[in-house]
Design a protein around this ligand. Structure first.
Ligand code: NAD
Ligand code: USQ
Length: 403
């Protein structure tokens, strides 16, 4: 299959490019290094020392004999992205090429607008380019579980049957996202659904939960192939951040009560899910939706898991409650469906089996690169809020001690 990975220099994109290349597919990647630039802007960096895209691709060829073709440019640039689709003629387009951070989108008006322009306009360009130059291709688009928010009812996979005033229909599940970033994914979903309906395009919207992990089978072949691993307040996700904090001796940054619950999955499972969607494409005219997550945890559960795992290698980890920088429900019902990918054959990894070996040991390997000042949250959803350290909690004795 000819597979085009948009955002192929990123955390998930680079891992995906290697995964499909190793399995005999013809792979090309598109990236404009936006993510590397955003780290420069925020004075932060990946924990893993990542190589340039060109060096990665050369190392990949040296180690495996497989090739990955790079296209460097901006998906927002119509002439660039339409030429890439016209020339490469993909069977599948795996679209990771967006700015993925909720906190970054909440910094100020300029960041909110930038994230909207980049994500929504970029995806619109991809849809038009598919329409004009690759109408048979299957779009596998990374959405987010955060599109749904935390409603007080079960969450369906994309669509649900509803009866209202005596009439029934199958409609998109309501969306209540929690940041301007998450909103861009809702706008994308609407645009994709519309393009499928009017032009007969085929798409799978993967509403993915929070990803954790560093290693994949392919990146373990050579450290030059490592993917990025972020832990700063903008781009690090909860579990990855907690692992770095545990190694750095910084109390784990639990926001608010810590009962916020989300779906999580290992990086290796992202690859498996994307492969299942790619090999079983949606029919023409349909935007299919899969909820892509494996296990459900509250952030407090995560913190306790990390503390227990870190103890296995002799680290003493403290947990701190911070005033929540976000506006989000801290106690809520959360029961999203995630049947479709399991029905297609997903064989997941579980957190308790993979945390120490594949994450914490790698963090220890690169601990000298940790930038401590990038960890404490400073981006608040509400104007005028200030960073506030609340308390260190000793969960073992079940007693809170004010600091
Ligand atoms: P990432 O930032 O590491 O990767 C995204 C890549 O896209 C970057 O390399 C960036 O430079 C590139 N990019 C962004 N805008 C571009 C543009 N206009 N033109 C060309 N390249 C562009 O992010 P990630 O963590 O790998 O996430 C990938 C996708 O998966 C995102 O869409 C994100 O919203 C989604 N997602 C991620 C997670 C997670 O936990 N990591 C969870 C759910 C969904
Ligand atoms: N949280 C903490 N402490 C931290 C960081 C986060 O308690 O140090 C809490 C947050 O308040 C939130 C939860 O952990 O309740 C998850 O936050 P996160 O930063 O791990 O994830 P989020 O901002 O939701 O975004 C990440 C990815 C995004 C993806 C999303 C999937 O960055 O690209 O869309 O996960 S989901 O969460 O299902 O929407």
């Amino acid at each position: 299959m000819r597979i085009l990975v948009l955002g192929g220099d990123g955390y998930l994109g680079w891992s995906t490019a290697m995964y499909f290349s190793k399995r005999g597919h013809t792979v090309a990647v598109v990236d404009n290094f936006t993510r590397r630039m955003m780290h420069l802007e925020r004075s932060t960096d990946s924990l893993t020392p990542i190589q340039s895209l060109q060096t990665r691709i050369e190392a990949w060829q040296e180690v495996t004999g497989c090739t990955i073709e790079p296209f460097v440019g901006d998906i927002q640039d119509w002439y660039f992205i339409s030429r890439v689709l016209r020339d490469f003629q993909p069977d599948t387009i795996i679209h990771y090429g967006e700015i993925p951070s909720a906190p970054y989108s909440m910094i100020d008006v300029h960041h909110a607008v930038r994230v909207h322009e980049n994500n929504v306009n970029g995806t619109l360009n991809v849809l038009w380019a598919m329409h004009e130059f690759a109408p048979e291709a299957h779009l596998v688009k990374l959405g987010t579980m955060g599109e749904y928010g935390t409603p007080n009812i079960d969450i369906a996979e994309g669509y649900f049957e509803i009866e209202y005033n005596g009439r029934k229909d199958t409609l998109p599940f309501p969306k209540q996202p929690g940041s301007f970033y998450h909103l861009t994914k809702v706008h994308d979903s609407n645009n994709i659904m519309f393009a499928c309906k009017i032009w007969g395009l085929r798409a799978t919207d993967l509403n993915q939960g929070v990803v954790y992990g560093i290693e994949t089978e392919e990146s373990n072949l050579d450290d030059r192939l490592l993917t990025r691993f972020d832990y700063d307040e903008s781009f690090g996700t909860a579990l990855n951040r907690f692992c770095v904090q545990a190694v750095a001796g910084i109390p784990l940054t639990l926001y608010g009560k810590g009962h916020q619950t989300r779906g999580y999955l290992n990086l290796r499972d992202t690859l498996q899910c994307v492969e299942l969607a790619t090999l079983n494409p949606a029919p023409p005219g349909k935007m299919r939706v899969f909820n892509q997550w494996v296990e459900r945890f509250s952030v407090l559960d995560l913190a306790l898991h990390v503390r227990q795992a870190a103890r296995q290698i002799g680290l003493d980890v403290k947990i701190a409650h911070y005033k929540n920088p976000r506006v989000e429900a801290e106690e809520h019902y959360y029961n999203p469906a995630h049947k479709e990918l399991f029905d297609l054959g997903l064989q997941p990894l579980y957190l308790s089996d993979s945390l120490v070996e594949s994450v914490i040991r790698r963090v220890v390997q690169y601990q000298d690169r940790i930038i401590p000042h990038s960890i404490v949250p400073r981006i608040y959803w509400q104007r005028g809020a200030t960073p506030d350290y609340i308390e260190l909690v000793d969960y073992e004795n079940n007693s809170g001690t004010e600091k």
